[in-house]
Design a protein around this ligand. Structure first.
Ligand SMILES: [Fe+2]
Length: 204
């Protein structure tokens, strides 16, 4: 089991190393990639049904990572920070994340957390903020992202989206699900975000 997850971490690292972006290069260089593995119980979630489509949508450079993730989905420990009371049942049935490494992930790292987020189709992840700085790389196109006072912007697969510390941000999916890679650093790595938006935001 641990050997499989070593391979997954290797694919995660290899994909990030292929991203041609100064912010990502700097983040990747700072990460100590020789991290101790943690024993984690499998914890699958309903949102994992979107991973087959996510593997089809992933850009060529991300396919090895996403296919390995899809294959091993049921052995991994998936989490949810929110509950139905926060954003409703539809959101909870279509949302989940995997922490590859961090203070609670499959590999231990106290400086930086990183992993993968799943959102199903037609989902709004409302305005929220947190102290940690966040770098997202959507691995599917057709999703919209906003930060601060700006409006929603369509982002392509492989684009780098940077959320500064404590600045509100939101995202919403269209007809397809979203799998996105994230990196959190410079703040409490397991903090629940402060919510400022609602699940109907942006739908009018
Ligand atoms: Fe965030």
């Amino acid at each position: 089991m641990t050997i499989k997850f070593d391979e997954l971490l290797g694919q995660f690292h290899a994909y990030l190393a292929s991203v041609d972006d100064a912010l990502v290069r700097e983040a990747v260089a700072r990460i100590g990639w020789d991290m101790p593995a943690r024993a984690m119980k499998p914890h699958p979630l309903g949102c994992l049904r979107h991973l087959d489509r996510a593997a089809e949508l992933a850009p060529m450079t991300a396919k090895p990572l996403v296919q390995a993730l899809a294959r091993q989905r049921n052995d991994l420990h998936w989490g949810q920070t929110y509950s139905e009371a926060d954003f409703g049942k539809d959101f909870i049935d279509n949302y989940g994340w995997l922490e590859m490494f961090g203070t609670r992930g499959h590999f231990a790292n106290s400086e930086v957390a990183a992993g993968l987020l799943i959102l199903g189709p037609e989902i709004v992840y409302p305005d929220h903020h947190h102290i940690a700085e966040e770098i997202y790389i959507p691995l599917a196109g057709g999703t919209e992202w906003r930060m601060g006072e700006g409006g929603f912007r369509n982002r392509q697969a492989g684009e780098v989206v940077h959320h500064a510390s404590n600045v509100n941000h939101a995202m919403r999916t269209g007809k397809e699900p979203l799998l996105a890679l994230y990196i959190w650093r410079g703040g409490p790595l397991a903090q629940k975000s402060t919510i400022t938006g609602t699940a109907t935001q942006g739908r009018n």
